[in-house]
Design a protein around this ligand. Structure first.
Ligand code: BES
Ligand code: ZN
Ligand code: ZN
Length: 493
């Protein structure tokens, strides 16, 4: 998605123009003649305005004797952040289904009020980015090259052009990072192994980042036995990918982001049954989200330091795979009894968290498709989150409200800690009471490895890949978390 600012208020012939309106007809009067305005008003009042949901409607008008296709978008009167994303999404889908390489978008300063128009437009266009997406890497003939769509932005506010253009630049970069993450998550496991994931990261040409990779036997040398062991069963060898973005060399402050990268989760020796295994190519969504954020910070030259720790494994069955009952010494020194090889995410994350902790970050954030229990509890529209620090939790909730990426906080309930104490090792990777509080247990396990570092854990098992069409993420990989964490990082300092 590319933007092109057009500093005037007339459109070229035959262009499809997108206009947002609530119940304010003033803007329409400014752009169209009386007769057209009447037509628009009738259409709006009859059909669109009676609805609580964002909607679009296509009509054809004549302006200066030339036809103009007009796409009207309406919002509920008391609209929320997610309504803007939903409306933008519909516009994106409209462009996609009409295979339009260019489209025009009228800045909505008049309709939505001067105060927030940049923010509102940003959300609308982010929604448009979501709506344009489709996964077509494996189509021999893709129906539409959505990545190259150009949107002409008509605006009448000249003096604010700098604000507008920097917002548009930000949206372009946000959307392209989301596309990188969505493509990776949608890519099947035969095409995306730990090694290929590392190559993808290297090919992104992150010129302001340093990348290091610890792989295969070297993991053992570094004491990263959990990562090594979970990946031991596959010929696609495990790795820990580290990406250091240093946007502020004057400061030692930094944030650590850890992303679960299981390129395929068969469940391992505790093999997943049919019905649960089909989508497990997406079990690296945390890793893809982390990489998307690295790309975004790099492209926008953000003045912060963020280090990424991405453990990558394929969790397979097989003669060299780990077994239930195995005891493994983690990087932290704590021993872990594996009672279920399908609770593998927490194992690889444990070692990655220990590496992060050693580098003394101010905050650690991890993202993981960690538990099926999270999907049961919160469904696919909302992620679970945990924090060991109230201020940090507050910031995450604020970013969630601002970006419309939904999260819900669950407690790190201390009394459940005993359920992951092993009889014969320091910890066990599943609870002694199966079927209870699975998402909290997963988080409590990770909590054992963060020491005193302020930490947030996001369980994105439900939100990362949405089979039923979501009103603004659409279908399949969502890219959930990129806008949320980018906003969080952007608020630092
Ligand atoms: N990758 C899964 C969690 C998952 C489930 C992600 C559904 C996305 C959709 C994870 O590794 C897993 O299998 N967890 C187990 C843990 C259990 C054995 C304690 C689960 O949730 O069943
Ligand atoms: Zn699993
Ligand atoms: Zn998993």
């Amino acid at each position: 998605m590319k933007f092109n600012i057009i500093d005037k208020n007339s459109f070229a012939a035959c262009e499809a123009v997108f206009l947002t309106v609530i119940d304010n007809f003033e803007i329409i009067n400014k752009y169209f003649n009386k007769k057209d305005c009447e037509t628009i008003k009738t259409l709006l009042s009859d059909e669109l305005l009676s609805n609580d949901e964002p909607k679009i409607k296509e009509i054809i008008l004549t302006k200066n004797k030339r036809p103009i296709k007009l796409v009207l978008g309406t919002l509920p009167k008391l609209f929320e952040v997610q309504d803007l994303l939903k409306l933008g999404f519909l516009y994106g889908e409209y462009i996609k289904s009409n295979k339009m390489n260019t489209s025009s978008f009228v800045m909505i300063e008049d309709t939505l009020g001067k105060k927030n128009y940049t923010e509102f437009t940003k959300l609308l266009l982010e929604g448009t980015g979501y709506g344009l997406y489709s996964f077509n890497t494996y189509k021999s003939k893709p129906e539409f090259e959505y990545k190259n769509v150009q949107i002409n932005i008509y605006t009448r506010i000249k003096r604010d052009n700098e604000e507008i253009s920097s917002m548009l630049n930000e949206v372009e970069k946000i959307i392209s990072s989301i596309y990188v993450a969505r493509d990776l998550i949608n890519t099947p496991a035969n095409e995306l192994t730990p090694e290929i994931f590392c190559q993808v990261a290297q090919k992104l040409n992150l010129d302001k980042c340093t990348i290091t990779i610890i792989k295969d036997e070297d993991l053992k040398k570094e004491g990263l036995n959990l990562i090594y062991t979970v990946g031991a069963g596959s010929k696609n060898r495990p790795a820990l990918l580290k990406i250091y973005y240093k946007g502020n060399s004057k400061s030692n402050n930094h944030i650590a982001i850890v992303g679960k990268g299981v390129t395929f989760d068969s469940g391992g020796t505790n093999l997943k049954p049919t019905g649960h295994i089909e989508t497990m190519k997406t079990d690296m969504a945390g890793a893809a989200t982390a990489l998307g954020i690295a790309k975004l910070l790099n492209e926008l030259n953000k003045k912060i330091n963020v280090s990424f720790y991405i453990p990558l494994v394929e969790n397979t069955i097989g003669y060299s795979a780990y077994r239930p009952g195995d005891i493994i010494k983690s990087k932290s020194g704590k021993t872990v009894e594996v009672l279920n090889t399908d609770a593998e995410g927490r194992l690889i994350l444990a070692d990655a968290l220990s590496v992060a902790v050693e580098e003394k970050p101010d905050t650690i954030i991890d993202l993981a498709t960690l538990t099926g229990a999270c999907v049961v509890a919160l469904g696919s529209h909302c992620a679970a989150f945990f924090a060991n620090d109230d201020e940090l939790a507050e910031s995450i909730m604020e970013s969630s409200e601002y970006t419309g990426e939904d999260v819900w906080m669950l407690p790190l309930y201390k009394d459940y800690k005993k359920r992951i104490k092993s009889k014969i090792a320091d910890l066990q990777n599943i609870s002694t009471r199966k079927g209870e509080a699975g998402t909290i247990i997963g988080a409590l396990f990770l909590n054992e490895f963060v020491e005193n570092t302020p930490w947030v854990h996001l369980d994105i098992a439900g939100t990362a890949f949405i089979e039923e069409k979501h009103p603004f993420y659409g279908e399949g990989a969502s890219g959930f978390g990129i806008r949320l964490l980018y906003d969080f990082l952007d608020n630092i300092n």
